[in-house]
Design a protein around this ligand. Structure first.
Ligand code: NAI
Ligand code: MG
Length: 502
């Protein structure tokens, strides 16, 4: 197969074999099937703008079939009576298989998403494996409690039961990892699942489907439907046979999902949405470390990360020094094809995203902000792809779109602040509340800021760290529900109270 990669890449034989089996099909029950309509769509390599593969486009009829398979697996069949411990064994087996196929899965994510292969292979993949293992361990440990009621002669206890059929709708920025974030707790808790990867990055989820079958999950426990938000995602959300939707993506679509969940069957919803996270550098911080950290907080993943530290607040006395350091760090970032060794960041995921981000840059240029460095689409041998240089804007007006809206590109809006009250007010002046960062050597200041900022995660003297054990999710319009840790199990279970008359 001719992949037209501008760099010399030797893909794993498994990756090539996977790419050659076309078109990619839907996983329903334990079968790989074509879409009922026979429709397919193209997934594009963002480093070249060229088609990678054609993938089945699931419509309402396919969603019906997948829901029926998931429903029947939930209500009857081996999964419905399996112990938590046994579900844990299956998840652990899947983790082993993902680990064994990490090279192929990482290559697929780099082809589809563009991120550097080193990042896919050493970042996303091991995290995904750890995620499956963490929830494999928890699967047998989901328990209710006994309740001391005040009425006499009663024994009251609770059971934590799965929701039923879970629709898992994920974005393109961490394709395999997001699949793991959603699937692992859903399955550990005993749900069955319909996974819909993003239309930009469907490939690794399909290879994962093969591994799920190999691990021995019973038919219908995991179904994988590829396709865009409309019709595929929307059909899952509006289906009355789906009991729960877990979503990561834009706030705009999050709203739509909540509305459609309400209008269909009041299915349970958890939403991990956008962000515009403040990152604060105090004058007393370890500045070289803070500069490196702030740089990484926004430019890693080319800014295509919900927690991107995209609003940088710098205490006035060190403002110039920090900006200078940041600009020189930003200029050292190597942007390029994810398969080129030594590349730090890849392209934006799609032409649409590139245009969106360029639109923000244009508004920024014409508005009340100054561009310090970057903001250029890269040409030469990268001209076919969607590459953008890391961009720093400076500003004093927080109300403009550049400062208020999630850009999801390698763009940071930097500003100076003078005092505590001003900082806290400005840091919280956003409809989002996903994450925040603070750099200081003053322990009490760090913790005071952590308490004052309205965000679901705060990083002190670090940024962008994740662990399967640490809960993660949003305040305000960044969504609700906590993924990871034991809290994620709450998204996928419901409590039943049982009264026993003695
Ligand atoms: P999106 O929110 O449209 O897509 C995310 C997922 O939702 C995809 O799987 C998509 O197919 C699905 N989807 C879209 N419309 C749907 C609908 N009506 N019903 C059900 N599912 C639907 O995000 P998109 O268009 O890829 O990116 C636009 C912006 O969203 C980005 O620029 C960024 O600001 C934000 N975003 C945030 C992410 C995060 O991690 N919080 C991830 C991806 C995007
Ligand atoms: Mg979209």
């Amino acid at each position: 197969m001719d992949l037209n990669l501008p760099v010399d890449v030797t893909l794993q034989p498994g990756t090539l074999a996977f790419l050659e089996s076309v078109p990619k099909k839907l996983l329903i029950g334990r079968e790989w099937v074509e879409a009922a309509s026979g429709e397919t769509f193209a997934t594009i390599n963002p480093a070249t703008g060229e088609e990678l593969a054609r993938v089945a486009l699931a419509g309402a009829e396919d969603v019906d079939r997948a829901v029926a398979a998931a429903r029947s697996a939930f209500e009857s069949g081996p999964w419905s009576t399996m112990s938590g411990e046994q579900r844990g064994y299956l998840l652990w087996k899947l983790a082993d298989l993902v680990e064994a196929h990490a090279d192929e899965l990482a290559e697929l994510d780099t082809l589809d998403n563009g991120k550097p292969l080193r990042v896919s292979r050493k970042g996303d993949l091991p995290q995904a494996v750890r995620h499956f293992r963490y929830y494999a361990g928890l699967a047998g440990k989901i328990q209710g409690s006994t309740i001391p009621v005040s009425l006499p002669d009663l024994f009251v206890y609770t059971l934590r039961e799965p929701m039923g059929v879970a629709g898992l709708i994920i974005p393109w920025n961490f394709p395999l990892l997001m699949a793991a974030w959603k699937l692992a707790p859903a399955l550990a808790a005993g749900n069955t699942a319909i996974l819909k990867p993003a239309e930009e990055t469907p490939l690794s989820a399909l290879l994962l489907g093969d591994l799920i079958l190999q691990a021995g999950f019973p038919a219908g426990v995991v179904n994988i439907l590829t396709g865009p938000g409309l019709p595929t995602g929307a059909a899952i959300v509006s289906h009355v046979g789906v009991d729960k939707v877990a979503f990561t993506g834009s706030t705009l679509v999050g709203r739509e999902i909540m509305k459609n969940a309400a209008l269909s069957n009041l299915k349970r919803v958890s939403l991990e949405l956008g962000g515009k996270s403040p990152n604060v550098i105090f004058a007393d911080a370890d500045l070289p470390k803070a500069i490196k950290g702030a740089n990484w907080a926004v430019f890693s993943t080319a800014g295509q990360e919900c927690v991107a530290g995209s609003r940088l607040f710098i205490e006035r006395p060190v403002y110039d020094q920090v900006l200078e350091g940041l600009a020189s760090e930003a200029q050292r970032i190597r942007v390029g094809n994810g398969f080129t060794p030594g590349v730090h960041i890849g392209p934006l995921v799609s032409e649409t995203q590139l245009e969106r981000v360029m639109g923000y840059l244009e508004v920024g240029r014409q508005g009340r902000a100054e561009i310090l460095t970057g903001g250029v689409r890269l040409g030469g041998e990268l001209a076919g792809g969607y590459f953008l240089s890391p961009t720093i804007f400076t500003h004093q007006d927080d109300s403009q779109p550049l400062v208020q809206e999630e850009i999801f590109g390698p763009v940071v809006a930097a500003t100076a602040f003078d005092d505590w009250q001003e900082l806290v007010e400005r840091a919280n002046r956003t409809r989002y509340g996903l994450a925040a960062g603070v750099w200081t050597r003053d322990v009490s200041k760090a913790h005071r800021f952590a308490q004052a900022v309205r965000a679901g995660t705060v990083w002190i003297n670090c940024y962008g760290l994740f662990d399967p054990a640490a809960p993660f999710g949003g305040y305000k319009e960044s969504g609700f529900g906590r993924e990871m840790g034991q809290e994620a199990l709450e998204l996928f279970t419901q409590t039943k109270t049982v009264w026993v008359g003695l």
